[in-house]
Write a protein that binds this ligand. Sequence first.
Ligand code: PAF
Length: 296
Amino acid sequence: MTVATTPAVARSRSDLDALVAPRRGRGPVVFVPTMGALHEGHATLLRIARERAGAEGTVVLSIFVNPLQFGAGEDLDRYPRTFDADLDMAGQEGVDVVFAPVVAEMYPDGVPHEGVASEAVTVQPGPLADRFEGASRPGHFRGVLTVVAKLFGLVRPDVAVFGEKDYQQLALIRRMVADLCLGIEIVGGATDREPDGLARSSRNRYLDAEQRQVAAVLSRALRAGQDRAEYGVPAARWAAMGVLKAEPGIELDYLALTTTGLGELPDYPESGTEGRILVAARVGTTRLIDNMPLHF
Ligand code: PAF
């Protein structure tokens, strides 16, 4: 059992370095990057991190709402900021250092938004970033990979933990680490769910009571797809679509059945093949995503 402590808080790069440098060499530095508004899903990731770090290692949590990954008209301004509660959870989960920089600390020359003149170097994701989330949110993954690369450079972790809920993000981060030879072990944490199956997300708090009920259809649809996977991709897709279509309260963005690497699946994969089913939909003004494994 982890005993609650108050983590040290670093607001600047130099504070972060002063806190982490003396701890390096004692054990692994394990990093959990977040945008705050922590919920039980983050607690699960922090527990994985604490376990990986061991008693001697260091768990670093970052809390930074990264403007570069939000498009025009998205929820950057209303994204929930709950720093005091986040700090309490960090203490409960045995985090050693919380890095919570302001925007100017991460982007001293300004945020290099697409289409705005800037000399900043940013991370250009490969073509995987143009599909699914990337198709609906152009530039999103450039923003994610750029900030994650910067955070990796500042924290210099041995291991970093990300949630499987953002499955495409996790795949792209793995790809970036491999392609840019960053030498960091990436660990995926399984999605944490409410009792009715809704994947925990900081954005769930935008939902009113009625929308909250409606939102549970996403995980029901994924489960229906999972249950039919043994009959092939068309049957699994049909089952999931059937559940989604029966709920008028959602506006479907995409339902995709893919390989585990987010590639194309044949209609009838060989028995034993693993895949993934992913969904994105709007409930009111809130965009929700979810995914589950498929076993053919
Ligand atoms: O998943 C998130 O919370 C963010 O996309 C991340 C990885 C912290 C980058 O800002």
